[in-house]
Design a protein around this ligand. Sequence first.
Ligand code: NDP
Length: 254
Amino acid sequence: MLTAEQVIHYAAPDNLLQDRVILITGAGDGIGKAAALACAKAGATVILAGRTVAKLEQVFDQILELNTAEPVIYPIDLEGAKQDDYHQLAVALDNQFGRLDALLLNAGILGQRTPLNNYRQDVWDKVLKVNVSAQFQMTQALMPVLEKSTDASVVFTTSSVGKVGRAFWGAYGVSKFAVEGMVQTWAAELEGLGNVRINAINPGATRTNMRAQAYPAENPNSLKSAEEIMPAYLYLLGSDSSEVNGQSINAQNR
Ligand code: NDP
């Protein structure tokens, strides 16, 4: 495995993801959009999953301009999706590709930045649904198609506030702690069994809508762009990390 510093500065070989089929949630905006474009540039066929079709269509068009593998749009709302919706997704992937080589569980929501004493129950439920339960359900439903890959990588998205509890991060912080625990548990269960590995990535402070919502007074230009943190994503999604399982990886030093 590469060192933490080497992962952050990973130089992806040309065509790293050639012929890999990669599903990215929240692919229409922010980090997910940058990941979709980076994966397409590296040769992957990208399934653009998300809830706002107009945004997914824009990413679709940008990928077409790269003259690489044609992506696929798969609209799904993680807040409302049921088990059957995830199974339909698995069937669609199986029918079209016969496998899934990587799953980037990137979509997430922030919820309220307020003390837990005042936290609203409905927001709590929504954040835990989108950031934890939906991630679990999707991964569980897609496991049979992941198992058909010779080298499948599942990447959950964590956060610094999911490693050390911090005031006012509410359900979001709790949800990211849950993601860290889910990754450790699942990875331990899969260790040595087959070709599926599960890790977490922490993007670190990145210039996106979510970051601006969390830190409205911050100068966005002081932050890394989503494109700048892609080396670690490409490392985890490609085969150079095939021996890495159960790790929580930082995409930048901040
Ligand atoms: P953005 O808010 O910019 O993007 C979030 C993406 O998730 C959007 O594409 C959004 O879709 C999608 N999404 C939200 N809710 C749903 C839903 N119910 N169903 C389907 N898709 C949904 O956030 P970032 O790009 O900043 O965050 C990406 C990930 O990185 C998140 O998991 C976040 O927690 C994590 N993270 C981000 C950090 C940062 O500094 N930016 C730091 C640490 C972690 P739509 O555009 O349609 O709303």
